[in-house]
Design a protein around this ligand. Structure first.
Ligand code: MG
Length: 269
């Protein structure tokens, strides 16, 4: 089986220091935490930025500082978030793409979060996809529902997304597709031929679906962003989460991809 790419999502837009005291918020904290996760086996980091008050921001200046600090410490693959919670439109959400990270997230459909819309209309998706193509940035296609997967395939057929796609299946976001094995199998069976894929499973489903993903040959994302509930009600650090997936990988016979190996698996330059 292909080596396992562990992505760490250390910060996100939702977690707070109250919910998780080890949450990294400032560029220095994020870089230091990412370095420890890299040492524990993470090959990609999915980065969100926070402003000086700890609130989500799409400010490219903040992303730039985080990128520089992470690059000084290690060669982990950097993926920036263009998610719906930090910016209002394509211009704001896509500004960080001009920093030319190796990857950026691209949700190819709208869905509901618990109290807001995961707003990704066609024009915005197209703008972000074109900006990524222009900057040589590989999109990670974020799938919150089957229709978003169909839309990614539709865009690839139109030439707006380059194949093979890299697809992240996101399950158990409250109010969105439930994190069950049946739903995961359904999505995996629906993937286009030749793509690479990973699983992000939120909350209580994190343990089971991460294990299933790596047994099925997919890649795995973990991290405080995903609010993993490990059953003991205790907050958990990003490093502990990466170490946990690394242990599972060893139990199920997957060796871990280094960042260089992840680049080769994903076709990054
Ligand atoms: Mg994110």
């Amino acid at each position: 089986m292909e080596k396992l790419i562990i992505t760490v999502a250390p910060t996100g837009n939702v977690p707070t220091r109250n919910s998780d005291p080890s949450l990294p918020l400032t560029p220095d904290e994020i870089a230091e935490d990412v370095y420890r996760c890299y040492q524990a086996g993470a090959a990609i980091v999915h980065i969100h930025a926070r402003d000086e008050n700890g609130e989500p921001t799409a400010d490219p200046q903040v992303f730039k500082v985080i990128m520089e600090k992470v690059k000084l410490k290690c060669d982990i693959v950097i993926q920036l978030s263009t998610g719906a919670r930090a910016g209002k439109d394509a211009a704001e959400r896509g500004a960080c793409i001009d920093l030319k990270p190796e990857m950026a997230s691209l949700a190819t459909g709208s869905s509901n979060f618990a109290r807001s819309v995961n707003y990704n209309p066609p024009g915005l998706i197209k703008d972000l996809a074109q900006r990524m193509a222009k900057n040589g940035v590989k999109p990670e296609i974020e799938i919150f529902d089957l229709s978003a997967l169909e839309y990614a395939v539709f865009l690839a057929e139109k030439g707006l997304l380059k194949t093979p796609l890299h697809i992240n299946l996101v399950l158990d976001v409250p109010g969105s597709l439930r994190g069950t094995a049946r739903n995961l199998f359904f999505l995996v069976e629906s993937l286009p031929a030749g793509c690479t894929w990973s699983v992000t499973s939120i909350g209580k489903s994190h343990r089971q679906l991460s294990a299933l993903a790596l047994i099925l040959g997919g890649h795995v994302r973990t991290g405080i962003e995903d609010g993993p509930d490990l059953g003991d009600g205790k907050p958990v650090s990003n490093v502990e989460l990466v170490e946990r997936i690394a242990r599972l990988a060893s139990v199920y016979g997957r060796s871990l991809a280094t960042p260089a190996e992840a680049r080769s698996i994903l076709g990054l330059p």
